[in-house]
Design a protein. Structure first.
Length: 377
């Protein structure tokens, strides 16, 4: 039977879109089911992301059976910053079915081209502020919190549909025995603290609203020149912040100040995938109990993001953040840390991470292909 791709329109089709990964990953020990409530929240038209973006969801079917899914997105906030004509695809899942994959990409590509996009890039679900990248190396370990996972065969499916590499995103791993920053790194970090007047402190939860506002300002200011970066609106950040209030460990959300002025931040979180693996997509009816019983058993952390304002970069603050985070994480009893993701061409960060014993553990790839413009367009 031929493959039929249609946009999601009904509640039952949305349910099929959200639940399809359980078909793909049945029997995959590395897969961590997402909370379906969180997926639905991001897909809902009421999510603030959709105030500056247009999105479409597609399902592929063969003989009435769902064989794949994909999203297409025109993110006006991205276009305002980069003006590169890039539209995005994401939420891609597919059986071992090249015909379904090709039909999904063609449907998403036509939809993007009709809206004036010249390139389709992904996977991004929906932007670089959420999950992005296709895993192409490092299938031996499960993903960490808020990082994607996919079968090894996906790279061949995507490349077979005409996509080429745009950028690689790297993940680094270091455990307690391997953490061995050279003595010189400690000396340089301490000298920079004294010379530049750098202080590092954890988040003050007694004034958390003010702290989170500071984090957003630094995040948007620090990353503005990074490839693919899109600043978060205040409304988008409020949604993220509401979630982070419940899961952040104050010892692992750090702020740097230089001569008393805000200079940067660093955020790590416990690897909550340790718990999500046990929940199978739902917090009900006993998920919260599972969460409470297992929160202190989480073995490692994910170093999610760091932002340093441009005027304070190249002063050693990044190394200070890494050292502080690892020391604090080890003191809290965590056994390992994954730092992800880092752009492959960010030599400063990658070299600093490697210097204290970390090994590159995973590679995620962003792909793109040009779009044919509609006739007469």
């Amino acid at each position: 039977m031929a493959v039929l791709v249609t946009p999601v329109r009904s509640k039952s089709e949305l349910r099929a879109f959200v639940n399809f990964p359980w078909t793909v990953y049945r029997g995959d020990p590395a897969w961590v089911p997402p909370l379906t409530s969180e997926v639905r929240k991001l897909l809902a038209p009421t999510h603030p992301f959709h105030r500056h973006a247009e999105t479409e969801l597609f399902l592929a079917r063969r003989d009435g059976r769902v064989t794949g899914r994909i999203s297409a997105c025109v993110n006006r906030a991205h276009l305002a910053v980069h003006d590169d004509g890039a539209g995005f695809w994401g939420f891609f899942e597919c059986g071992d079915d090249p015909e379904s994959a090709a039909a999904l990409f063609d449907a998403a590509g036509r939809w993007l081209a009709e809206r004036g996009m010249r390139t389709m890039r992904g996977p991004c679900s929906f932007s670089t502020n959420e999950e992005c990248g296709l895993l192409v190396e490092g299938f031996d370990r499960p993903p960490t919190f808020m990082m994607p996972h996919n079968p090894p065969r996906y790279a061949a499916l995507v490349e077979g549909c005409g996509f080429a590499k745009a950028r690689d995103l790297w993940a680094w791993f270091v455990d307690r025995p391997a953490f061995s920053p050279p003595e010189k790194m400690w000396r340089v970090a301490n000298r920079m603290r004294e010379r530049e007047g750098i202080t590092v402190r954890p988040v003050d939860m007694s004034r958390v609203d003010r702290e989170l506002q500071l984090l957003r300002e630094v995040y948007n200011g620090a990353w503005q020149k990074n490839w693919g970066f899109v600043p978060m609106t205040a409304e988008e950040f409020d949604v993220v912040a509401a979630d982070f209030r419940r899961i952040v460990r104050p010892e692992l959300l750090l702020f740097a100040e230089v001569q008393g002025k805000p200079a940067g931040f660093s955020l790590s979180l416990p690897d909550y995938n340790f718990i999500l693996k046990k929940l199978n997509g739902s917090l009900f009816p006993f998920g919260w109990l599972t969460w409470l019983l297992n929160a202190r058993k989480i073995p490692g952390i994910r170093y999610i993001t760091m932002g340093i304002l441009p005027e304070y970069q190249r002063r050693g603050i990044d190394a200070i953040f890494y050292l502080e985070t690892m020391e604090r994480g080890l003191a809290l009893g965590y056994q390992w840390c994954e730092m992800s993701w880092i752009l492959e061409d960010n030599a400063v960060m990658n070299n600093t991470i490697e210097a204290f014993g970390a090994k590159r553990s995973k590679v995620y790839r962003l792909y793109e292909r040009p779009l044919a413009q509609p006739s007469g367009g």
